[in-house]
Design a protein around this ligand. Structure first.
Ligand code: C2O
Length: 546
């Protein structure tokens, strides 16, 4: 195994998108940031130097961080932020994961522009469990605002309303030629006739689940979230923010130019969303040259309608592990978490311009009716490690106990989540099942729920209220997919299982940044086991303090 050293300089860089230039926060002046390529088993050492005027941290999304929670990155959860002028070195080994992950800022909304791909090739000497592709192309889907994203979220927090929607979606940072002033920079993916390309698709958008399609080309899904899957063929992908999907495509069509396109999957009712389409171009190198002064308009794929839940569900439920897996069966912790949006009263003294949610309330979000509040003077992990009291409590509650129709009529009491910094304690090695139940409090939406520090098996998902008597019969205990982010169906539920074998404090949250801003998060505190190999490593000497 190798050790790879990188410097990430976080800085403000002029970036021109759509028809104007703005200063965006980038890594090494690049947007999206650098692609990291390693082999399974390698170690990454990344020194992050903050030359921007904001606090920043970097999260290695999906990396298991076995015993190295200090390198996970969410601000105020596993570390204090890296302040302007300071630096911190993330050091971790990637073990047992192959495929595509990514890295992103985990501070405010900085990840709008601070993100990049993390590609994990097979262990040296190993090969893919499918035919080696001729080429590999990372395709990161993103969202672009004409305004500074930090200002967008600050304004939303001030007014209690929903933030402005983005002005464009992007593929590898470029909106593509369906947007104004963007045609010259459209991303081109070259192919030779007959060759196979492995596309590594990442949804790095802040607030939007996305459909993804390529005109005239079928895709064979071979991996997701850095685990291989049983291959299946599809015309359309749907990715929630945080999710990755690896697909093989074969250039078996008439040599020409074909659009690669993505646009919103927006299941919520009456919630505004960016309804534009981003494109890149799959270009056969043998395509005939257009006559001088003309261009060949690529063929557009037909993307599902923005509210096509049937297509999204069919796709999300097609994933299987490649072979029989060991799903934990005897469960030590059987948990039930409700997730959803709500509203809360305006802070008293707020003026008439604030509190823009219905009836002069402000939007909020919660898990088990607790709206997660980050500490500000300590990270949860530092507080836990040093035994500092008063930073968090361990009384993360059960779901509201009423016989409750979570996806139908809502009880008024659930409209007002209680703010708190509450964690749920897990013994080392416990076998955990979490039923995640979507609610329709205030409005129903699907939520990409991401767990730090773990991959989990998705046993089943469905619509309506989870029924413990009948829905257990739907559990796939044979070959469920291993993921780090589950796309919770709108007004529905999902059941996940994992073994708590990684000590630390691990955030679980909705990966729509607007929802995490409103508090749709909680954290597991996983205790050390016996001996060094079951315990968290000591903190690095340069770990930032608050
Ligand atoms: Cu991809 Cu908590 O993040």
């Amino acid at each position: 195994p190798k050790t790879h050293h990188h410097d990430f300089v976080v800085q403000s860089t002029p970036v021109k998108r759509l028809c104007n230039t703005q200063n965006a926060i980038t890594v090494n002046g690049q947007y999206p940031g650098p692609t990291l390529e390693i082999n399974n088993g390698d170690t990454l050492v990344v020194k992050v130097i903050n030359r921007a005027r904001y606090n920043v941290t970097i999260h290695w999304h999906g990396v298991r961080q076995m015993r190295t929670a200090w390198a996970d990155g969410p601000e105020f959860v596993t570390q204090c932020p890296i302040r302007p002028g300071e630096s911190y070195t993330y050091r971790f080994t990637v073990q047992g994961q192959e495929g595509t992950l990514w890295w992103h800022a985990h501070s405010s909304w900085l990840r709008a522009t601070v993100y990049g791909a993390l590609i994990i090739h097979p262990r040296e000497g190993d090969s893919y469990p499918f035919q080696k592709p001729k080429r590999e192309t990372p395709l990161l889907l993103g969202e672009w605002w004409d305004a500074n994203p930090i200002d967008v979220v600050r304004e939303a927090t001030r007014t209690g309303g929903g933030p402005n929607i983005s002005d464009a979606y992007t593929i590898n940072g470029q909106p593509g030629d369906l947007y104004n002033c963007s045609s010259k920079e459209t991303v081109i993916v070259p192919v030779d006739s007959g060759e196979t390309n492995l596309l590594r698709v990442v949804n790095s958008a802040l607030n939007q689940q996305l459909f993804f399609s390529i005109a005239n080309h079928k895709m064979t899904v071979v991996g997701a979230d850095a685990s291989y899957v049983k291959p299946f063929t599809t015309n359309t992908l749907m990715l929630g923010p945080g999710q990755t999907t690896d697909v093989l495509i074969t250039a078996d069509q008439t040599p020409s130019r074909y659009y690669i396109a993505a646009r919103a999957y927006a299941s919520a009712q009456n919630v505004p969303f960016d309804n534009t389409t981003t494109t890149a171009i799959l270009e056969y190198k043998s395509a005939p040259c257009p006559a001088k002064g003309t261009s060949i308009r690529p063929v557009l794929p037909s993307l599902p309608a923005f509210n096509d839940t049937a297509t999204a569900t069919k796709f999300s439920t097609s994933f299987r592990s490649p072979r029989k897996v060991e799903v934990p069966t005897t469960i030590d912790e059987s948990l039930f978490f409700t997730v959803g949006l709500g509203v809360n009263t305006c802070p008293s003294g707020a003026n008439a311009n604030t509190c823009q949610a219905p009836n002069r309330t402000r939007f909020t979000a919660s898990m088990n009716n607790v709206s997660f509040v980050l500490p500000s003077n300590f990270s949860l992990l530092q507080a836990h490690h040093q035994g500092v009291p008063g930073v968090f409590t361990t009384d993360f509650p059960a779901a509201p106990p009423v016989k409750f129709d979570y996806t139908g009529n809502v009880s008024r009491s659930l409209w007002q989540p209680i703010p708190g910094t509450k964690v749920y304690k897990l013994k080392y090695g416990s076998k955990v099942q979490v039923v995640i139940q979507g609610t329709s409090i205030s409005t129903a939406e699907n939520h990409p729920i991401h767990l730090h520090g773990y991959d989990f098996y998705i046993l089943a998902e469905g619509f309506g209220n989870y029924n413990p008597k009948t829905d257990t019969s739907k559990f796939n205990l044979v070959d469920p997919p291993l993921r780090n982010t589950v796309s919770l169906p709108v007004k529905g539920w999902a059941v996940i299982r994992f073994v708590a074998d990684n000590p630390g404090v691990w955030l679980m949250h909705c990966h729509l940044d607007v929802h995490i801003t409103w508090g749709l998060a909680m954290a597991f505190l996983v205790e050390n086991g016996v001996g060094e190999l079951e315990s968290l490593e000591p903190p690095p000497a340069d770990l930032p303090v608050c």
